[in-house]
Design a protein around this ligand. Structure first.
Ligand code: FEO
Length: 397
């Protein structure tokens, strides 16, 4: 992709990754972008680089605007390798006067690339450097997404270069939010939030508060992934406020895997019970649903209901995968229950309930087990469980 001027003398020079389908466990069916920004001023600054295989695309874009050796500052907002993978080669080719990063950024760069000789310039939160006509103010944003993370604010342009914050994994030829379907854009942003940032929700709340306290005037947010928010930057800020509060709707998810369809029959009967209480639900068979798509729906669901057959004294492997992934992302303030069929030992429901307790999910029911195939009475108990959860959802919303 060719460079795009996003503000006067500020250019997108990143790369589009049309083919990536897995981003450390997160499915990216529409690829992603690695955004890098070049600011042309008395001092020329490059904000972040791209994933290593895309170095030539970045260099080609820089070269089309300026002789690469004229880049004075390489600003490393974030060290994760989708942004820093080609930093060693870029430093070699650009020979920047300074590599600007946070204190944690310097530590992380050393731990990744083991280069004591780079011209590090450590900046603190609130510190400003001048490029000439433009200034750059740094905002440390630890754990959004890593300890080293920071954002860069350019006050003259009211531009926030937001690193991983406010991003989406969506490969497109367009660069701006108003050039594509806004509903799809928000879906990608929600999936990104649910799968990358959910566990840092309390820190996102603090970040939003500090942006307000600092009185930063922002009319464009340029993240390191996906589209740039120029038409409606407040829309994504408001969405982050909502998502980071982890407020749920009257919505339930029934997430299961099944050996011989008995647990599946239970899942559908639980859904019938939820329907009778007027609570909307979605059913995910983990043989077909990707963990990261389930996680996106967790964002605003109040009830999480997990079902698994017992397999070799444990739960189905897909359920173990789902629970491990979800536990790490720390969804808050949920209720739910476990269910499943078994043949003789029947440990799965107890094991799932244990993980749910570790996740601080309030158990509405100690768990429902059915031996082998559910009878009519068993399915009635499943409907009753659905109704019980539906009533609890309504009571808590
Ligand atoms: Fe896009 Fe945390 O890297």
């Amino acid at each position: 992709m060719t460079p795009v001027e996003i503000k006067k003398d500020i250019h997108w020079v990143g790369a589009v990754d049309w083919n990536i389908r897995d981003f450390h466990g997160y499915s990216t069916p529409k690829g992603t972008t690695y955004n890098s920004y070049l600011v042309l001023d008395d001092k020329v600054a490059l904000f972040d680089t791209v994933k290593k295989p895309f170095k030539n695309a970045l260099m080609h874009n820089i070269r089309s605007l300026i002789e690469p050796r004229k880049v004075d500052y390489l600003i490393v907002n974030h060290v994760e390798m989708d942004h820093s993978g080609c930093v060693p080669e870029i430093i070699e080719e650009l020979q920047p006067e300074k590599v600007v990063c946070s204190a944690m950024g310097k530590k992380a760069l050393l731990e990744h690339y083991h280069r004591e000789d780079w011209p590090y310039e450590v900046v603190a939160s609130g510190q400003t450097i001048s490029l000439g006509k433009k200034n750059v103010q740094f905002l440390e944003t630890r754990m959004i997404h890593w300890p080293d993370s920071m954002m860069s604010y350019l006050p003259e342009d009211r531009l926030l270069i937001s690193s991983d914050g406010f991003g989406q994994h969506w490969a497109t030829s367009q660069r701006f939010d108003d050039e594509l379907d806004s509903h799809e854009l928000l879906k990608h942003a929600a999936k990104y939030y649910a799968n990358i940032l959910l566990l840092y929700s309390p820190l996102i709340q603090k970040l939003l508060a500090s942006v307000q306290q600092l009185g930063l005037e922002i009319d464009m947010i340029a993240p390191d992934h996906g589209l740039i928010w120029r038409a409606e930057p407040t829309r994504i800020v408001e969405a982050y406020d909502l998502w980071s509060r982890q407020q749920s709707k009257a919505k339930a998810l029934i997430i299961y895997d099944t050996m011989w369809n008995s647990t599946e029959k239970m899942a559908y009967a639980i859904g019938d019970g939820l329907s009778r209480e007027g609570v909307n639900f979605q059913i995910f068979n983990l043989k077909y649903a990707h963990r990261s798509d389930v996680m996106t729906e967790v964002l605003d669901a109040k009830a999480l209901i997990f079902g698994s057959s017992t397999l070799n004294n444990g739960m189905m492997p897909t359920m173990a995968d789902m629970l491990t992934y979800m536990k790490g992302l720390k969804p808050a303030d949920k209720i739910g229950a476990a269910f499943g069929s078994y043949g003789w030992s029947g440990e799965a429901v107890k094991l799932i309930s244990g993980v749910m307790e570790e996740m601080k999910i309030e158990l509405v029911d100690p768990g429902l087990r059915v031996k082998f195939a559910p009878s009519h009475d068993d399915l009635k108990k499943c409907v009753d469980l659905g109704r019980e959860i539906g009533l609890a959802v309504k009571a808590k919303i």
